[in-house]
Structure formats: structure tokens, C-alpha cells
Design a protein around this ligand. Structure first.
Ligand code: S3P
Length: 165
């Protein structure tokens, strides 16, 4: 059975879109980690944050990382925060290859301009918060990644870059 492929990167970098296409192209199964957590919790990510707080969500994310790392042959779209925690990097890397979809802040910002589904960015100072988070996380993503691909290409091009490397 093939090693898992774990897609990593900032919110809005295309992890879910690329992940679904990559799974189709490679014949692997696709798991979106946020959806996985939502199904187990029977509520949306926004509600988990609002009702139980970020620390609770991060615990669920750690659990999901541990559970999914025990499977093989998966394309996993991680959450934007997942691979900023060393514990999750260690556990997911054991059975998978971590691929960073790299995208400049300007593109991320444009893509997320009308978005209200990300609790971390649902605030009046959205732009400043996004910049601070992006700059803090980028070195962590880069350190976690086994492969870095240009996320500003089309989803198909990103898939091809991953499959050919
Ligand atoms: C988060 C990113 C989200 C989701 C949650 C927290 C983050 O996933 O896991 O809102 O910390 O960056 P996406 O990257 O799929 O939006």
C-alpha cells in the first residue's frame, strides 16, 4: 500500500481542492481532516471553536492526526494549523510524505477576502491577523515539508508536480 500524502499550507492554499483531485488521479482515498473532525463531532469547525474553544479543536486535530497516520494509501488535506505542531508532524510523517502548497500572502488574502468560515480570521483586524499568522507559520510549514510545490499553479498542475516528484 502506498504511503499517505499529506497536504500542508495556509488556509486558502487549495489543500482540499488539490487533495480531491490528487486522490482521483492517483487512485488513493481522500480525507479532508476538517471534515473528518466535523463528522466525529457532529458540528462545524466554526461551532467547535465557538462552543469549545481553540484548545479543544487542537486536541481533536491531534487525535485525527494520530488516527489517520495509522492508515495507508490516503491523500490527507490537513488543516492550516495541523503541521505547525511538531507532534503532528512527527506522527503524520511516519506513514506519509508532507507536501507544502506554497502561496504568497497576497494570493491567500485575495482568496480569503469574502470568507467567513475560518474562525481564526473572523475578526475586525482580519488582514493584520492573517499576515501575523502567515509569517509565523511559513517557517514551520517549510521545516515540516518533504516537498514544496508552487500552489499558485492550477490544481491539475499542482497534482502533476506532486505525482512526478
Ligand atoms: C485552521 C485552518 C482551518 C481549520 C481551522 C483552523 C488554522 O483549515 O482547521 O479553522 O489554524 O489555520 P483550512 O486550512 O482547511 O482552512
Amino acid at each position: 500500500m502506498k504511503k499517505n500524502i499529506i497536504l500542508c499550507g495556509f488556509m486558502g492554499c487549495g489543500k482540499s481542492t488539490v487533495g480531491a483531485l490528487l486522490a482521483k488521479k492517483s487512485g488513493m482515498a481522500f480525507v479532508d481532516m476538517d471534515t473528518y473532525i466535523e463528522k466525529k463531532e457532529h458540528r462545524s469547525i466554526s461551532r467547535i471553536f465557538a462552543e469549545s474553544g481553540e484548545d479543544y479543536f487542537r486536541e481533536k486535530e491531534r487525535e485525527a492526526s494520530r488516527e489517520l497516520s495509522q492508515k495507508k494509501g490516503l491523500v490527507i488535506a490537513a488543516g492550516g494549523g495541523t503541521l505547525t505542531f511538531e507532534e503532528n508532524v512527527q506522527v503524520l510523517r511516519k506513514t506519509g510524505r508532507i507536501v507544502l502548497l506554497d502561496l504568497p500572502l497576497e494570493t491567500v488574502s485575495r482568496r480569503l477576502s469574502g470568507d467567513t468560515s475560518r474562525p481564526l480570521l473572523n475578526r475586525p483586524d482580519k488582514e493584520a491577523a492573517m499576515k501575523e499568522l502567515y509569517e509565523r507559520r511559513l517557517p514551520l510549514y517549510r521545516a515540516a515539508a518533504d516537498l514544496i510545490v508552487d500552489g499558485s499553479q492550477s490544481p491539475l498542475q499542482v497534482c502533476m508536480a506532486i505525482l512526478s516528484s
